[in-house]
Ligand binder design. Structure first.
Ligand SMILES: [Mg+2]
Length: 179
């Protein structure tokens, strides 16, 4: 069986949706979601960067994220019958999120094996055949085949196969071709 590693934020979990709504309320941030998606907080909004980081490190912040795409649940369930599925998240970027991320995965993807959850930093250590990720830097570091999950801030990248939603993930990986 081949293996697929799947990133969490902006691939199965809607980090930006919650972060944007929370930043508007807490910091009176008056920008559009599109601007927020592409913003580099330390550069564009340095006055809130530190408090934003503290906010996303609060123990429950990641617990109630929406799914990035509701189709992810059924597609991953189907894929898990043909591939070993791993969840690989750069959780070390936000050390306060560990428990909430773990519980969120159990809630939304109860069919996945928790022994296949990888909380890491650099994904070059993840030895799966494929990695689905929105982060170009992580895909470049990964040693298997990278699949770029499309988001506004990565639209200029042509280095990897691109998927725009979970239906496209399904089309890419199923049916499994027998050799
Ligand atoms: Mg991500």
């Amino acid at each position: 069986m081949k293996s697929i590693a799947v990133d969490m934020d902006q691939v199965i979990a809607d980090f930006i949706g919650k972060a944007y709504e929370s930043a508007k309320v807490r910091f009176n941030l008056d920008i559009t979601k599109e601007e927020f998606e592409k913003a580099k907080l330390e550069v564009d909004y340095p006055h809130i960067a530190k408090d934003f980081f503290l906010m996303i490190n609060e123990p429950d912040f990641f617990r109630d994220f929406e799914l990035e795409d509701p189709d992810a649940v059924l597609v991953l369930k189907e894929l898990s019958e043909h591939y070993e599925i791993y969840i690989a998240t750069a959780a070390m970027d936000v050390p306060g999120c560990f428990n909430a991320k773990y519980e969120w995965l159990l809630e939304h993807f109860p069919f996945l094996n928790p022994a296949h959850f990888i909380f890491c930093g650099d994904k070059k250590v993840v030895k799966a055949d494929y990695l689905i990720d929105d982060n170009v830097r992580q895909l470049q570091s990964f040693t298997g085949e990278g699949i770029l999950y499309s988001q506004s801030y990565n639209e200029d990248c042509n280095e990897f196969k691109r998927v725009r939603n979970w239906k496209e993930v399904r089309e890419l990986f199923l049916p499994v071709k027998s050799k």
